[in-house]
Design a protein around this ligand. Structure first.
Ligand SMILES: NC(=O)C1=CN([C@@H]2O[C@H](COP(=O)(O)OP(=O)(O)OC[C@H]3O[C@@H](n4cnc5c(N)ncnc54)[C@H](OP(=O)(O)O)[C@@H]3O)[C@@H](O)[C@H]2O)C=CC1
Ligand SMILES: O=C(O)CCC(=O)C(=O)O
Ligand SMILES: [Mg+2]
Length: 749
């Protein structure tokens, strides 16, 4: 019970852990709480998946599997830092790094031919895309900007970092979605009337039946839905919009979620690549086939693969690509200095994080010259594009948001039991031929049926009754606690949502909702209503499905407080435990790159601090752990002090970085514990620590800043040398000696 699990992840939050974990461990030990570390990093996942390829000393336990079992148990508390949801490109890079370091894990066979390759391919699926979150997220989600921070930013909008830019008069920026043939149009849905087992079948033109998925268990009351996107229509849409962007001189951008939607979105991305570079792909069809160019992996992969061709041919293809750029609209850039475009890799532009930036920048993205330019944002599917369209149109009409007056938008998201599209990977198929896809039960009864064409992308997804019931309860709870207007974003034009609405209406009756303002609106209407309130300084709770949870919890925090990294992200697990996610953002790859080059880590760990606070509060409330409560309140106080003193990390060398900010946090946490009067034992224990830290804080900060401005040697990216990371993240000898002496943490062996 008195144990918290901390997760080892990737990139910037992984680095930050090396400075923070010894502090958290050392502090909590004094309150009788243990902290255990579990590895869910991409490299760790790969090693755990292939023990048979490794030498004995290289093998690691499958921590994710263990965590997957623990989340089903009552007392489990996990602090989950963001981890990489790997694209194929990232997976291959991680494999290569491990191999170079002597770990003989197999290559990833992109197009497996032999039986052995097929097996390896299959095994690697647990490392690809969003492989961790769906396992751990066995509860619904409660995400919001912390109150103290929101209040602070209202008074000091500079604290939000990058400002919101003005929208030009008559801005042509807009969201373009498909008008037909998308997932939205084809959705079918039903609620199971009994526990049953269904299968997904494909019937070809000659009536031959192939089972795509067998033995799919469906619970009574579960909503099962299916749909497909017509690739013919998708390509027509890309063609039309690419031309329109060229005609209107708009910057073309594509916003997908190829990481989380690892089966459906890479091919959608691939179709954008082949449509944009149509001439190139048509002209070199034969060569590309031979060398295995896969457009789903973007231009990076294309450039790499053509290295197999003779130099002359390579040049010819590169020229053809250049020619294609000229004939097409400008592409949104990810890094204009390095010439990396939106179409270089499928994981570079991720819709939840990229669209808020479009809003922040006044409807613009960066072009090849590093200038901001109005963009046509392509978001193909209408299930989720329309609400972005609404906010863009609202900004064009009413101008940018004012951080000093806007309200807050919190979110309660349906996430438990792999809810909705985010749980669809194992039920998503790219069709190999024309035919019919249908869901059939044990008795041959057909529940959904779609006529599809070759290459169309079909998927099924579900929402369990128990998850929806819990989600409605959580929404009502938050509505009561806050008194905010609470809006369920559900679309009565979607078959799936119509089934969800029935349940919401049913379960709302279980509660006394007298005096609460709860309504159900479809996404664009919900956005309209929310924005009206938002601009008027009123607060709102958005209650959404899993995808909108993801999108809105980046969107509103980025507008309100400048980042989703500081969001409080709590997942009360259905089994009674708690998963405390740190922020709603990702793992900031740019930050680790800057750290390696300049020794400055601009990652802000406030979300990690807040997650520690929330976990301790949970332990007090749910488990009666008094000391945890005291320590949690001290965390809250420390975070407020950090904020008041503006001691968050700056972007550049010479400014305070993650390590400095963490050192201040440690000091304030110790001081808050030394000053409180709820628990004398803790007070006495922390007095000398607080004094020692206070005495030495200037030296500590100085020692940290002296380590900056030069490359940090951590020997790796996905699988760095941990001794080196420890040294790099704890460069202050003074700080380390306090950790060792006063907190009993052995930092270096
Ligand atoms: N829960 C999870 O595990 C999640 C994981 N991911 C994964 O993260 C990776 C990167 O995703 P991406 O979409 O680029 O999003 P990120 O959130 O990692 O980065 C977007 C930008 O937000 C800013 N930012 C994010 N977090 C912080 C922080 N703590 N402190 C300061 N600034 C911050 C940075 O801006 P700047 O560079 O301007 O400083 C950063 O470049 C992907 O591999 C993705 O799969 C993504 C979302 C959630
Ligand atoms: O799991 C992922 O790939 C990303 C999750 C995410 O973006 C979120 O939960 O906000
Ligand atoms: Mg997200």
């Amino acid at each position: 019970m008195n144990k918290i699990i901390w997760t080892k992840t990737d990139e910037a939050p992984y680095l930050a852990t090396f400075a923070l974990l010894p502090v958290v461990r050392g502090f909590l030990k004094k309150g009788g709480i243990e902290v255990d570390l579990k590895d869910i990093s991409l490299a760790g996942r790969i090693l755990a998946t292939f023990p048979d390829y490794l030498e004995e000393g290289q093998r690691v336990p499958d921590d994710l599997k263990e965590l997957g079992e623990l989340v089903e148990k009552k007392g489990t508390k996990i602090i989950k830092l963001p981890n990489i949801s790997a694209s194929v490109v990232q997976l291959k890079a991680a494999i290569e790094e491990l191999q170079k370091k002597g770990y003989k894990v197999p290559d990833y066979p992109e197009e497996p031919q032999t039986e052995e390759e097929k097996k390896i391919h299959e095994r690697y699926q647990v490392c690809l895309g969003s492989a961790v979150n769906p396992v751990l997220r066995q509860g619904n989600s409660d995400r919001r900007a912390p109150k103290a921070l929101k209040e602070y930013v209202k008074k000091n909008p500079k604290a939000a970092g990058l400002p919101l830019r003005d929208w030009e008069k008559d801005s042509k920026a807009h969201v373009a979605h498909m008008e037909k043939g998308d997932f939205f149009e084809h959705e079918q849905s039903f609620t199971a009337e009994r526990d049953m087992t269904v299968r997904i079948e494909f019937v070809d033109k000659n009536g031959n039946v192939k089972v795509l998925k067998d033995n799919l268990k469906v619970d009574e009351g579960e909503i099962l839905s299916s749909t497909y996107i017509s690739v013919k229509e998708l390509k027509k849409y890309f063609e039309k919009e690419i031309k329109d962007a060229k005609d209107k001189d708009l910057l073309l951008s594509l916003h997908l979620k190829a990481t989380m939607m690892k089966v459906s979105d890479p091919p959608i991305f691939g179709h954008a690549v082949t449509t944009f570079f149509k001439d190139v792909f048509e002209k070199y069809e034969k060569e590309f086939k031979e060398i295995g160019v896969n457009p789903n992996n973007g231009l990076v992969d294309l450039y790499k693969k053509i290295e197999k061709l003779p130099a002359e041919k390579q040049e010819e293809i590169k020229k053809a690509i250049e020619e294609s750029y000229k004939n097409n609209p400008d592409l949104a850039m990810v890094d204009s200095d390095k010439g990396i475009t939106n179409l270089h890799a499928p994981n570079l532009v991720i819709v939840d994080a990229s669209m808020p930036v479009v809003i922040r920048e006044g409807g613009k993205m960066w072009d090849k010259n590093g200038e901001l330019k109005q963009t046509k944002a392509l978001i193909p599917d209408r299930c989720y594009a329309t609400m972005y369209k609404e906010i863009v149109e609202d900004c064009k009409k009413n101008g940018k948001f004012d951080r000093t007056t806007i309200g807050t938008v919190q979110n309660i998201g349906l996430m438990a039991k792999k809810a909705e599209e985010y749980g669809s990977h194992d039920k998503t198929f790219v069709l190999e031929d024309d035919g019919i896809v249908r869901i059939v039960d044990e008795n041959g009864k057909v529940y959904t049926e779609h006529k599809v064409e070759k290459h169309d992308i079909w998927r099924a997804y579900s929402a369990k009754d128990i998850a929806i019931k819990d989600w409605v309860g959580l929404a009502v709870h938050r509505a009561k606690v806050t008194g905010f207007t609470t809006i369920f974003w559900l679309d009565n034009e979607r078959a799936h949502d119509r089934e969800v609405i029935k349940k919401v209406e049913k379960y709302l009756k279980d509660y006394d909702t007298e005096g609460l303002d709860i309504k159900i609106l479809k996404p664009e209407e919900a956005m309209k209503e929310t924005l009206k309130r938002f601009r008027a300084g009123k607060d709102t709770i958005s209650v959404t499905g899993n995808v909108l949870r993801d999108y809105l919890t980046d969107l509103f925090p980025i507008i309100e407080i400048g980042t989703s990294a500081k969001v409080l992200s709590i997942v009360p697990l259905l089994a009674g435990g708690g998963l405390f996610e740190t922020g709603a953002g990702g793992s900031a790859p740019k930050h680790i790159q800057q750290f390696i080059e300049q020794g400055h880590l601009r990652w802000d760990s406030t979300a990690e601090f807040n997650a520690v606070g929330a976990t301790l509060e949970f332990m007090e409330q749910k488990e009666g752990h008094k000391k945890a409560g005291v320590m949690g309140r001290a965390v809250e106080k420390a975070v407020s002090t950090l904020l008041e003193n503006e001691q968050w990390p700056g972007r550049k060398v010479g400014q305070l970085d993650n390590r400095g900010s963490q050192a201040y946090f440690t000091l304030y946490w110790a001081e808050a514990l030394a000053e409180q009067n709820e628990d004398n034992e803790l007070k006495e224990a922390f007095k000398p620590i607080a004094e020692k830290l206070r005495e030495n804080i200037d030296t500590i900060i100085k020692e940290i800043s002296e380590s900056e401005g030069k490359p940090a040697d951590i020997d790796g990216y996905y699988f760095p040398d941990e001794e080196k990371v420890t040294k790099a993240m704890l460069p202050s000898k003074t700080f380390v000696s306090i950790l060792e002496e006063y907190l009993g943490e052995k930092v270096f062996n």
